[in-house]
Design a protein around this ligand. Structure first.
Ligand SMILES: [Zn+2]
Ligand SMILES: [Zn+2]
Length: 254
């Protein structure tokens, strides 16, 4: 399984970090986790085959996490040659279909009926969905918004957990237990802690409690400046820690 960080940022624009988007390839599965602004251009810049996506999963409905979805679907219909015929599955928390209907009202019926098969799947916290034989997507509730979920991608040999946005959560740590790579949001420095996001120390504590093999921090607000989130996270977690940058690639399992 391979992870490519397309957007390690947040709602706050910077030249270095675009909004949340993470690309995962596992066998035949090409999955985009969150679809924030900038994802298409970052994917093009990094040579990620965005047009070959098989699945697209949204963690919650804050616009920085799915604001480029309509443009992505538009690009799949009119931005590639030859035209796409392969099916695409869109996944997200309950309420996804209603929001897509509203997007279709704003942009056009092609949002829900592009000229390729589009399946919309509302996935509740705690559910598991098979993406392809032997490759599953699992979900867990997170304390960020009422609908927010974390995702795990599990293959026969590895498990990647992406927290989406979250606050500290023992239930999330139990659910993430033993993961090979924990891709954790790390929004704010420790001195700016709030209940609905993680700081580096809290992300480190989550990785420690989950006994993760590796911790990759993402979703940085510019307030971090030149401070080193890895150093703070390392007070709690003693495995490998990386502060992701847009374009970083990670191999998970073999
Ligand atoms: Zn966010
Ligand atoms: Zn959010």
């Amino acid at each position: 399984m391979e992870l490519v960080v397309l957007g390690s940022g947040t709602a706050a624009p910077t030249a270095e970090r675009t909004a949340p988007a993470h690309w995962v390839e596992a066998g035949p599965v090409k999955l985009l986790l969150d679809c924030g602004a900038g994802v298409l251009h970052r994917a093009a810049a990094f040579g990620v085959p965005w047009a070959a996506a098989t699945h697209l999963a949204i963690t919650h409905f804050h616009p920085d996490h799915w604001g480029e979805l309509a443009a992505y679907l538009f690009a799949l219909r009119w931005g590639i040659e030859p035209a796409r015929s392969a099916p695409l599955m869109l996944l997200g928390p309950p309420g996804l279909l209603l929001r897509l209907e509203r997007l279709a009202g704003a942009f056009g019926g092609w949002v829900l009926e592009p000229e390729f098969p589009l399946e919309v799947v509302e996935i509740a916290a705690g559910a598991t969905r098979e993406l392809s034989p032997g490759i599953t997507l699992e979900t867990c509730d997170t304390p960020h918004t009422s609908e927010s979920i974390a995702y795990a991608v599990r293959t026969g040999e590895a498990r990647l957990v992406y927290t989406g946005d979250t606050g500290p959560s023992e239930a999330l740590a139990r659910w993430a237990a033993g993961c090979d790579l924990l891709l954790a949001e790390c929004s704010l420095p420790d001195e700016r802690a709030i209940g609905v996001h993680l700081t580096p120390t809290q992300a480190g504590a989550l990785a420690h409690a989950a006994r993760a093999r590796r911790l990759v921090l993402t979703h940085f607000y510019p307030v971090f400046g030149a401070t080193d989130p890895v150093r703070a996270a390392a007070r709690e977690f003693h495995g490998e820690i990386v502060a992701a940058r847009d374009g970083d690639r990670f191999v998970i399992g073999t």
